[in-house]
Design a protein around this ligand. Structure first.
Ligand code: PHE
Ligand code: FE
Length: 295
């Protein structure tokens, strides 16, 4: 970490990755590719294809940044791990995505405390190829700097959690995943759509901002948007009065259901879209996720 400067940027040093590290990427990549057909949203799958992120191994950030930059003006900045909130928001506001470089070990395929390069690159970056989502992420960065100033970060962090990390989207074909925390988790990419247990609720800005979350287990509730235009429009208003309005209301437990909530049914993927893999086979219910809490 001796290379870290005040902006926390480091060199990815792509040539230093070992064959074992590339092999772990391939394992994770191939497993997710099988699961995400028919589960990830079209925008994500298009982004992944456009970036040419492949099974070959850990991608070179410079190559990805050049493609991403041409598409939406975003670039990837290598960082050593989670960076302070103000640094993180300033990067997003400047259309820079801070990505970790290290990859989890083979004995951590399903569980990791911190985001790694697979979560950041495979999970997040393809969504940034979508113009509307790219603008949403920049607006989030600007909103983050403002929430910090106003002292309302926990409420804004819930929005990030329930959209960027764990968001679902309703399509003609059924519910699909766009949240990066799910897209990079084998267990949760099945659980979030197929398991009868979690709530899948219609997205509502104030509801989301009031809802607590757990960082150490699969989500108890997911919030479903209709499209990215709706998400962008819902988050465009000035949050300052909304923060004040919500601050006096009680918080909502992660598993709670309110009378005004609208629930979506669990999704049954058609047989042709890849093999059915039971959640049980992928391991324990608790855990297989990365924790990306920013509060
Ligand atoms: N409109 C928000 C604000 O005024 C900014 C924001 C946009 C936050 C998009 C999150 C996502 O703070
Ligand atoms: Fe993340």
């Amino acid at each position: 970490m001796s290379e870290a400067r005040t902006d926390y940027a480091i060199k990815q040093d792509w040539s230093a990755y070992s064959e074992e590290e590339h092999a772990i990427w391939r394992l994770l990549f191939e497993r997710q590719q099988r699961l995400l057909a028919g589960r990830a949203c079209r925008e994500y799958l298009d982004g992944l294809e456009g970036l040419g992120v492949a099974a070959g191994g850990i991608p070179d950030f410079r190559r990805l940044s050049d493609i991403l930059d041409r598409a939406t003006g975003w670039r990837i900045v290598a960082v050593p791990g989670l960076v302070p909130d103000d640094v993180f928001f300033a990067y997003l506001a400047a259309r820079r995505f801070p990505s970790t470089c290290f990859i989890r070990r083979r004995d951590q395929l399903d569980y990791l405390q911190e985001p790694d390069v697979f979560h950041d690159i495979y999970g997040h970056v393809p969504m940034l190829m979508n113009p509307v989502f790219a603008d949403y992420m920049q607006a989030y960065g600007q909103g983050g700097l403002k929430a910090l100033r106003l002292g309302h970060l926990p409420r804004l962090a819930r929005l990030y959690w329930y959209t960027v990390e764990f968001g679902l989207i309703a399509t003609q074909e059924g519910l699909r995943i766009y949240g990066s925390g799910i897209l990079s988790s084998a267990g949760e990419s099945l659980y979030c759509l197929d398991d009868p247990q979690p709530h899948r609720l219609r997205f509502d800005l104030r509801r989301v901002m009031r809802t607590r979350y757990h960082i150490d287990r699969y989500q108890e509730s997911y919030f479903v948007i209709d499209d990215f235009g709706q998400l962008f429009a819902a988050t465009r208003p000035d949050f300052a009065p909304i923060y004040r309005e919500i601050a006096v209301l009680p918080e909502i437990a992660a598993e709670a259901i309110l009378p005004e909530d609208r629930e979506y049914a669990a999704f049954q993927p058609p047989k042709k879209e890849g093999p059915r893999v039971s959640t049980a086979r992928l391991g324990k219910k608790e855990g297989p996720r990365v924790s990306t809490a920013r509060v």
